[in-house]
Design a protein around this ligand. Structure first.
Ligand SMILES: [Fe+2]
Length: 159
């Protein structure tokens, strides 16, 4: 079930994205239980030079505390004290490529200093037995909803 999608567009002078786990965006998860898989698809070439996403391997194995977002940042700041941030992996993606990850992996992006736009679309998926604790509608993209926990919209038809 697709339950969230949004564009991320970074222009020159955009903020950095601090280390965070998407599931703990300065507060409790909006999913109960917190089961989510995200697809982030590049709409531009997203390389090191224009602040591609970076991940810390193994960070998905634990949930870390976060400070609430501040200074206009969307994400809170994760406690990264138990991780080696120097081992972070830059996830360079060419336009049209995508990465699949769960929302417990630590991710971040450097301050944006390039003149090349960095845009992507994030799509977040869960299963119908998860309750979405936010007033959004889900879209069943495979299988069926046998639980009725969430508001569901019908996907647009293809003619
Ligand atoms: Fe993130």
């Amino acid at each position: 079930m697709l339950w969230s999608s949004n564009f991320f567009v970074k222009q020159p002078c955009s903020y950095e994205t601090p280390w965070h786990q998407d599931q703990n965006n300065g507060g409790p998860s909006v999913l109960e239980p917190p089961l989510n898989t995200s697809i982030w698809m590049a709409l531009d070439d997203c390389l090191i030079e224009n602040s591609c996403i970076k991940f810390v391997a193994g960070s998905h194995l634990t949930t870390v505390n976060h400070e609430p977002p501040s200074d206009g940042h969307y994400f809170g700041l994760a406690d990264t004290s138990s991780f080696d941030l120097d081992s972070a992996i830059n996830m360079e993606l060419c336009k049209g490529e995508f990465v699949i990850f769960i929302d417990r992996v630590l991710d971040a992006a450097e301050p944006y200093t390039s003149d090349k736009r960095h845009a992507g679309i994030a799509m977040r998926f869960t299963t119908p037995f998860v309750k979405i604790l936010r007033p959004v509608k889900g879209m069943i993209v495979s299988g069926e909803d046998r639980f009725g926990f969430n508001d569901i919209v019908t996907p647009p038809s293809v003619s």
